[in-house]
Design a protein around this ligand. Sequence first.
Ligand code: FAD
Length: 520
Amino acid sequence: MIQALEAKGPALWDICIIGGGATGLGVAVDAASRGFSTLLLEGLDFAKGTSSRATKLVHGGVRYLQQGNIKLVTEALHERGILRKNAPHLVKNMSFIVPNYKWWEGPFYGIGLKVYDWMAGDLGLGKSRLLSREETLELAPTLDGEGLRGGVLYHDGQFDDARLAIHLAMTAANQGAVLLNYYRVDRLVKEEGRVAGVVATDGISGKTYTINARVVINATGVFTDSILRMDDADSEPVIAPSQGVHIMLDKDFLPGDAAILVPHTDDGRVLFAVPWHDKIIIGTTDTPVDSVEIEPRALPEEVDFILKQIGRYLRRVPQPSDIRSVYAGLRPLVKSSSKRTAELARDHLILVAESGLVTITGGKWTTYRRMAEDTVNTAIEKAGLPKRDCVTADLPIHGSPGVEQDDAAWNQPLHYYGTDAAAVRAIVNAHPLLGEKIHHRLPYLRAEIVWAAREELAMTVDDALSRRTRSLLLDAQAAIDAAPLVAALLAEELGRDRAWQDRQVEEFKEIAKGYLVQKT
Ligand SMILES: Cc1cc2nc3c(=O)[nH]c(=O)nc-3n(C[C@H](O)[C@H](O)[C@H](O)COP(=O)(O)OP(=O)(O)OC[C@H]3O[C@@H](n4cnc5c(N)ncnc54)[C@H](O)[C@@H]3O)c2cc1C
């Protein structure tokens, strides 16, 4: 990942991608691995938008199965298998339990999940099965036992979204792409009505660059419409954003390795409670919103809703004061005539404007690779690039150890770096003080901040605490407390002064406030 644009790159890129979330990063990996000269411009940080705010599931989508969206589920299950093969250090096989309190739930969900197994075919992660009441409570001892009849156990994938994003960026860079964070696209360059490039500003130096490309790809998630309007001021909006909120609780609310799926919430959706980095993520909601923000804030009623729904299933009902962090994300749902965003499919949409601008939007993290393949195929056709086959189905993702990880590997410290873990450990060996944690309630080492600044383009305290480590999501107050130390570590690496550190801490606190829940 190289930042000095002036010194780097051709006068005319084959492909310029706007947006460094799951979608744009996937396109960068695909394009670069087909041998196209590829530039990706991210206005803020990689995965700063929706792509760091997911439920962290690599899944076919049990909910879409309920809706009968067979095509979407089959495709997602296929992609789940490919991602697990190519990033075994990042995609974990997780057991999910659907607790049954009514007589019909066992057979009903049992049959549905058998269909889910069958659809995954050879890429399945394990067979689903019915559980007795005793087995259910053994796997999830904090479930409310009153009226519990049993459960259904099934398997799905789980991952760390921002970590995968960084490893995709590194994969693309390894394939020859140039990826720049803090480069905002301000406008499109047009020649005789055709999009011929972009004008972008480096948010760190303030310099502006004109970049020429054979094809420009708009991969800006919920910001898709803002780029479409740069192309055509009258373009119709295609995105219907919908907010989803998660809360983070301590692990003792759901000890053990299994996750819980609540199959039917009051608003007719599903709710997950999933172990993640020794905490429990619970979510999500589906709240249509009118405006798109880079730091969306959870509404108090969304937090109440989650607490109420999960509270029905747990012996100890979580209170607002138990919440370590709350985060919100915006789904880039493709607009339809339906008013209820819960009914819109998570399918992706590729648009090609008269100007040649290619837009890819919708979809989900799980299907990012397939979305990228379709997008680059379209770009090749529309921009007259040489035809080359997609190779990403068999392309290991940066850090891949090449073999499936057993439980012992998942329990290793620094496991989420994959093959980079040795290099992070080498930093500790060279400077043992960097082997200390950044905060006693967070699992991360000081060396990880140094690594993030040196190798992963972390530029700000927010980059380091929100996405290179997941501190802000795991424990917002601990992240705030760790911010001065993290600012000092970054300043040392990036050559910044004391005033920069102070500003960084203040800016981070402002962001982190939105992740704190008022203690009652
Ligand atoms: C609550 C929630 C839970 C989810 N859970 C899951 C899940 O468990 N599993 C799953 O598979 N999917 C999940 N998804 C879906 C998945 O997270 C999204 O589909 C995916 O992250 C969208 O990625 P994206 O790259 O399209 O958008 P984004 O991640 O938002 O990326 C767009 C990027 O474009 C950048 N940008 C915008 N304007 C400009 C500009 N002018 N110049 C340069 N850059 C610009 C932004 O800064 C941003 O980083 C979830 C989504 C939500 C909201």
